[in-house]
Structures are given as structure tokens and as C-alpha cells.
Design a protein around this ligand. Structure first.
Ligand code: PLP
Length: 361
């Protein structure tokens, strides 16, 4: 039996040098060497976000720790937010914002389709503080048009807050050039690091327009992170204990991104997703997303007539030790989701997967 081949849309297999960091002895999360390491992580994060001016924070926790920290720091009870929702993770953003007691208006479009940008324009006729949306909808394999949404939101006078969980370092995401106000991601996707860190980026204009005294909570307040960086930065730059192994592995994964080059990495993701899509098309699979919005990090396909999606996922696992995900919500039972993020975006991996699928359909 081959070792497991993880092609779920995150987590992804770790590069051996990233994996190696997890096996090293634990180190303290303070002291001179740690401070240097932490500073390097912040610099590499600004590189990954293409945001030299942004405030960046490696908040400990899953991707949701990213939206929670942005919620605590910048969203206020009663603020009006417009959520563009075209899938499972758009729904989730709505749920999180409601839990922060925002006045949430949803501009809905069907799963598998692009966002309703004209609907957003109409919704922006009434003032809103934030437009919130998912860059790459992992549930459907739709990449939402980042630039168009950011420009529309800004024309309407709102800040934009972007879920970049399955796009950072895999899809073009020029945070600085587009003038994105805030975004969050997760370490276990295109960054190809262990789960447990939510990188958050905030533009200076949003940071400066926020009064730290109005923030609720402590750990998830990015002003707390900022204060520790300023006041304890020479010794202990984070507000709490962090896992040194996870951080060292995260740094190694970010170094690999810099070594490859962000643009080359994004080109690799595009080429590998195209290879996968072509192979699946010859086997009778049909993408859920429209052509112009096909994701290069998550491929979501309808199975050919006569192939049950759940059965295919199960047989890939049991007979080939290959892990992919089934569809969610209305696509459950009819579609399969395959991640091609970070280490998964590799020709040998994709060809092995296609060969296994060929033997089952
Ligand atoms: N947003 C998107 C687009 C995702 O794909 C995911 C996870 O798959 C999340 C948010 C949630 O991330 P986490 O489970 O790390 O909190």
C-alpha cells in the first residue's frame, strides 16, 4: 500500500523540511533567538500577502481565529456589513458576523455561481461599514473576482474584509496594490504549513481609523498583539505562549514560498489545476464553476453519470489510500472536491490521482 495521498482541500502534506521542524525539541517562545525568528515570520508574511505596508499578525488558531480577531478588533455591534454569499464559507461568514451582533445583509447567489456584483451595488446604496466575502469558495471551486468586488465596495464607501483561507500564496492576491483593508487566511492550505496559525493582514488606513479603546475582548484584539510587539518585542513579542514547533514549521513553509517566488508559485498552481481539470474532463467529470471563475487551488467537479460521488471518495481511500473530499450542501453526493494547494500542486501527484480515478470510473 502506498503512503496516504492527501488531496483534500487542506490540510496538505508537509514538505520534509517543514515536517522536520515539528520533530525538533520544543524551544521557548521568548528570548533573543525567538525574537529574530518572529521578526522573520512577519517579514515573510508581508511578502506572502504582497503587502509591504500592512500590519500582519500570525494569530494562533484555525482560519476562524483570523475572522474572530478581525471581528473583535474592527467590527462593532450594530455596524452594517454586506456579505457576498455564494457557498458554504460565505454562509459561515454571515454566521460569524451575526454572532458579533452586526446588522448583516446578505447578497446571495446560488452555489457554484459567481457573486452578485450588481446586487452588491444596490445594497451599497445604503451606507455599510464592511463588505465581507470569500476570495476562493472552497465548497464550490469558484474564485470570486477580487478586484471587481474590492473596487465596487470602495466606490460604495465600505471597507473590505476578505476570507483568503484557500487562496493566500496559491492565487493572485495583491493585498497592497488592490487596497484591501483586511484579510485572513489559514496555515494548512496554500501556505503548506501545519494547521494552527491564522495569518491576518490589516491595511494602515483601517488600523488608524480604529480606536483601540472601543475593542471588546483581549486575546483576539489585534491591539493586544500590537502592544506586546511594541512593549515586549525585544523579548516576548506575542501576548501568549505559542507553540515553537508549529511556528518554526510555519517559518520554514514561508521560506519555501520566498525561495520559489510568489509569482512562480501562483503559476505552478494554475498549471497544475489545469492539468487536473483536463484529466478529469477526459474521464467525464464536469466542473461546478463557470469557466472564468474556475479555482486553481480547489477543483470541484460533478461526477460522470452512473458514478456516485460518495462511493468514489470511499473507494479512492480504501483501494488507493487517496483522500479527497465530497461535495457540501446542495452538491453533496454529486460532486468531489480536490485540493491542489502547495505541495499538492505537483504533476506526479496529479497524475497518480488521475490514474486511480481512471481505474474506478
Ligand atoms: N474559509 C474557507 C474559504 C475555507 O476553505 C475554510 C476551511 O476549509 C475556512 C474558512 C475555515 O478554516 P478553519 O477550519 O481553518 O477555521
Amino acid at each position: 500500500m502506498r503512503p496516504p495521498l492527501l488531496l483534500v482541500p487542506g490540510p496538505v502534506p508537509l514538505h520534509p523540511s517543514v515536517q522536520g521542524e515539528l520533530a525538533k525539541p520544543a524551544m521557548p517562545h521568548y528570548g533573543k533567538a525567538w525574537v529574530k525568528h518572529y521578526g522573520e515570520v512577519l517579514g515573510l508574511l508581508r511578502y506572502a500577502w504582497a503587502a509591504p505596508q500592512a500590519r500582519v499578525f500570525p494569530v494562533l488558531g484555525p482560519g476562524h481565529a483570523g475572522i474572530e480577531s478581525l471581528g473583535h478588533t474592527f467590527l462593532r455591534r450594530g455596524d452594517r456589513a454586506i456579505v457576498l454569499d455564494n457557498g458554504f464559507f460565505g454562509d459561515r461568514l454571515r454566521e460569524v458576523l451575526l454572532a458579533h451582533h452586526l446588522q448583516v445583509d446578505v447578497v446571495q447567489s446560488p452555489w457554484g455561481e459567481g457573486p452578485d456584483v450588481p446586487g452588491l451595488r444596490t445594497a451599497l446604496k445604503r451606507p455599510a461599514r464592511f463588505v465581507v466575502f470569500v476570495h476562493n469558495e472552497t465548497s464550490t471551486g469558484v474564485t470570486n473576482p477580487l478586484q471587481e468586488i474590492v473596487e465596487t465596495a470602495h466606490e460604495g464607501g465600505a471597507f473590505v474584509l476578505v476570507d483568503a483561507v484557500s487562496s493566500l500564496a496559491g492565487l493572485p492576491l495583491p493585498f497592497g496594490d488592490l487596497g484591501i483593508d483586511a484579510a485572513f487566511s489559514a496555515s494548512q492550505k496554500c501556505l503548506a504549513a501545519p494547521a494552527g496559525i491564522a495569518p491576518v493582514a490589516v491595511a494602515p488606513s483601517l488600523w488608524e481609523s480604529t480606536d483601540a479603546k472601543t475593542v471588546d475582548g483581549w486575546y483576539f484584539s489585534l491591539f493586544t498583539w500590537d502592544r506586546y510587539e511594541r512593549e515586549w518585542g525585544a523579548w516576548h513579542p506575542t501576548p501568549t505562549t505559542v507553540s515553537s514547533n508549529v511556528f518554526y514549521a510555519f517559518r520554514r513553509a514561508l521560506q519555501l514560498i520566498k525561495e520559489e517566488g510568489l509569482e512562480a508559485r501562483i503559476r505552478r498552481h494554475a498549471a497544475m489545476a489545469a492539468r487536473l481539470r483536463e484529466g478529469l474532463a477526459t474521464l467525464g467529470f464536469r466542473p461546478v464553476a463557470p469557466g472564468a471563475l474556475l479555482s486553481d487551488t480547489v477543483t470541484c467537479v460533478m461526477t460522470p453519470p452512473g458514478t456516485d460521488a460518495g462511493d468514489l471518495v470511499r473507494r479512492l481511500r480504501l483501494e488507493h489510500n487517496i483522500y479527497v473530499s465530497g461535495g457540501l450542501g446542495p452538491l453533496r453526493g454529486r460532486s468531489v472536491r480536490i485540493g491542489t494547494m502547495g505541495t499538492q500542486a505537483d504533476p506526479a501527484v496529479i497524475d497518480a490521482f488521475l490514474e486511480a480515478v481512471r481505474s474506478l470510473v
